[in-house]
Design a protein around this ligand. Structure first.
Ligand code: FAD
Length: 442
C-alpha cells in the first residue's frame, strides 16, 4: 500500500509533443511503454498523409484516405492525451507553450513536430491567388476550384478561351510533377467523358520550373524519362522559366510571357512553421531549426526538433536531409526512443537515417525511383515500388485498404470517385435567418 501511494504522488515526466504529423505521431508511439505523461497537440483532429494530397486534389482518393482521425491512432496508448488546439507561442527559456484555448503547458521534454508551410518567395499575387498543396484543406480547395471551373466552362464555353480550365503548376520537384501528371490524367480520362462538349485540346496544363530541368534530385535518365512521360500525357514542361506574378486569371513569367490560367498550383517551396521565428534560435536555410546528432535544439537539451521543421544533417553524407515523410517518421521515432531511454536511465544513441530511396509518381504505371547506391528504376516497376512504400507509410491497415481499392478502381476504370464538390455553407444563410423565429416560437 505504502509503495503504491508513494508512486502515485511522484509526478511522471511530461513530454509535450507539438504536431501530429509523421514526426509527432512517430515520437508519441515510441513513448507508449515509457513511464511518462505524453501530451500531444495539433490544430487539426486528423493526421494528414501529405504524399497523397495530390490524389485528393485530382479526385483519385477521397479525404478519409489521406486524413486519419488522430484520436484513432492513440487508442492503444494509455499514457497519452490529445488536444486539438493551435500552438500560439513557445517560450524555450520558461519551458512553456501557449495555445489558443488550452491553459499554458509546461514540460520536461518538448518535441517540436510542427512541420513546414508554403513559401511563396514574395511572388506578387501568389499568396492571394495561388493554390498551395500542403494541407488537406488545400487539396480540397484545389479540387473544388478545378471542378467549379469545368462546370463553368460547360455552361459558358467561351471561358475556355480565357484559360478557365488551364492550370499552371509551379515547381518541377515531386509535388509539382505528381500534381501535373495526375491533373493531365484527370483531364484526358474521366473529364473527356464528363464534358463531351468541351474539346480536350482546349485545356492546357503547364509545368513551370525555374531551374534548367525538372526533378533536379534525380539522375539524368530519370529526369529525361519524367519529361517524356509528362509530355506524353499532354503536360507542357517549361524549364528555366520563373513566375513573376500571379493574378486570378493570368500568370506572368519573368521572360515576359503571359499564360492565361485561372488556376496556379504552387509546389515550389517550403519554409519551417512560422512559429520558429519566435524561438530566438539561429535558423538554417528554409527557416528550419538546426539540431545536433541526437536531434536536440542547441542550448536546450530537453527540446527536440523533428521532421520538416528541423534541419537534420545526415551523419553519413554530411548533407541536410530532405523534407520527406521517411525522414520525419524516423526522426520522430528516434526522439521518442531517446526520451524513453533517458527516463529509464539508459544510454542514448545518435540519429542515423536509413535511406529507402527517393521516388515520385508521374501517373498510372509511371514513376521514378532512385536508390541509395544510385540504382534507378522507372515505369511500371518503379510505380509498384512507389505504391509499396507509400502504402507502408499510411498509418493504418484500414487506410491501406482504402487506398488500394481506389487505386485499383482508378487503374481499371479510370474512375475518380472523389470528384464531387460539396459546399459546407450551402443553405446556411437560410437556417440562420430562420433560427430566431423558431426559438421565439418555442
Ligand atoms: C504534396 C506533398 C507531397 C509529398 N510527397 C512525398 C512523398 O512522396 N514521399 C515522402 O517521403 N514525402 C513526401 N512529402 C513530404 C512529407 O509529407 C513531409 O516531409 C512530412 O509530412 C513531414 O512530416 P512532419 O510531421 O514533419 O510535418 P507535418 O506532416 O506537416 O505535420 C505537422 C503537424 O503540425 C500541425 N501544426 C502545424 N502548425 C500548428 C500549430 N500552430 N498548432 C498546432 N498544430 C500545428 C499540423 O496540423 C500537422 O498535423 C510530400 C509533401 C507534400 C506537401
Amino acid at each position: 500500500m505504502a509503495t503504491v501511494a508513494k508512486e502515485d504522488t511522484v509526478r511522471r515526466p511530461r513530454v509535450l509533443v507539438l504536431g501530429a504529423g509523421f514526426a509527432g505521431i512517430g515520437a508519441a508511439h515510441e513513448l507508449k511503454k515509457s513511464d511518462v505523461e505524453v501530451v500531444l497537440v495539433d490544430k487539426h483532429d486528423f493526421h494528414t498523409f501529405q504524399p497523397l494530397l495530390y490524389q485528393v486534389a485530382t479526385g483519385l482518393l477521397e479525404q478519409p484516405a489521406v486524413g486519419h482521425p488522430i484520436r484513432d491512432l492513440l487508442h492503444k496508448q494509455d499514457n497519452i492525451r490529445f488536444h486539438q488546439d493551435r500552438v500560439t507561442g513557445i517560450d524555450l527559456d520558461a519551458r512553456e507553450v501557449t495555445f489558443t484555448e488550452l491553459e499554458p503547458h509546461g514540460y520536461d521534454y518538448l518535441v517540436l513536430g510542427l512541420g513546414a508551410e508554403v513559401n511563396f518567395f514574395g511572388v506578387e499575387g501568389a499568396k492571394e491567388h495561388a493554390f498551395p498543396l500542403y494541407t488537406l484543406p488545400d487539396a480540397v480547395r484545389l479540387r473544388d476550384h478545378v471542378l467549379t471551373n469545368w462546370e463553368e466552362v460547360d455552361r459558358r464555353p467561351a471561358l475556355a478561351e480565357d484559360g478557365a480550365i488551364n492550370v499552371v503548376v509551379v515547381g518541377g520537384g515531386p509535388t509539382g510533377v505528381e500534381t501535373a501528371g495526375a491533373l493531365a490524367e484527370l483531364y484526358n480520362g474521366v473529364f473527356k467523358k464528363d464534358y463531351p462538349d468541351i474539346p480536350s485540346g482546349r485545356a492546357r496544363i503547364v509545368l513551370v520550373e525555374a531551374g534548367p530541368e525538372i526533378f533536379p534530385m534525380f539522375k539524368e535518365n530519370l529526369r529525361g524519362y519524367a519529361v517524356e512521360a509528362l509530355t506524353k500525357r499532354g503536360v507542357e514542361v517549361m524549364a528555366g522559366e520563373v513566375v513573376e506574378s500571379v493574378a486570378s486569371t493570368r500568370v506572368r513569367l519573368k521572360s515576359g510571357a503571359e499564360l492565361p490560367a485561372h488556376t496556379l498550383v504552387w509546389g515550389a517551396g517550403l519554409q519551417g512553421n512560422a512559429l520558429v521565428q519566435s524561438l530566438n534560435l539561429e535558423l538554417e536555410r528554409g527557416n528550419r531549426i538546426g539540431v545536433d546528432d541526437e536531434l536536440r535544439v542547441p542550448a536546450h537539451p530537453e527540446v527536440y526538433a523533428v521532421g520538416d521543421i528541423a534541419a537534420i544533417t545526415d551523419q553519413k553524407t554530411s548533407q541536410v536531409l530532405p523534407q520527406l515523410g521517411s525522414v520525419a517518421l524516423q526522426s520522430g521515432e528516434h526522439v521518442g526512443k531517446t526520451i524513453a531511454e533517458l527516463v529509464a536511465g539508459k544510454e542514448t544513441k545518435p540519429f542515423r537515417y536509413h535511406d529507402k530511396g527517393t521516388m515520385a509518381a508521374i501517373g498510372r504505371g509511371s514513376a521514378v525511383v532512385q536508390m541509395l547506391g544510385g540504382r534507378t528504376m522507372k515505369g511500371k516497376k518503379a510505380a509498384m515500388a512507389w505504391m509499396t512504400v507509400h502504402l507502408a507509410l499510411l498509418p493504418t491497415n484500414e487506410d491501406r485498404a482504402k487506398a488500394v481499392v481506389d487505386w485499383v478502381g482508378a487503374g481499371l476504370t479510370h474512375q475518380r470517385s472523389g470528384r464531387i464538390s460539396v459546399d459546407p455553407d450551402e443553405g446556411r444563410e437560410v437556417v440562420r435567418a430562420e433560427e430566431p423565429t423558431l426559438k421565439g416560437q418555442s
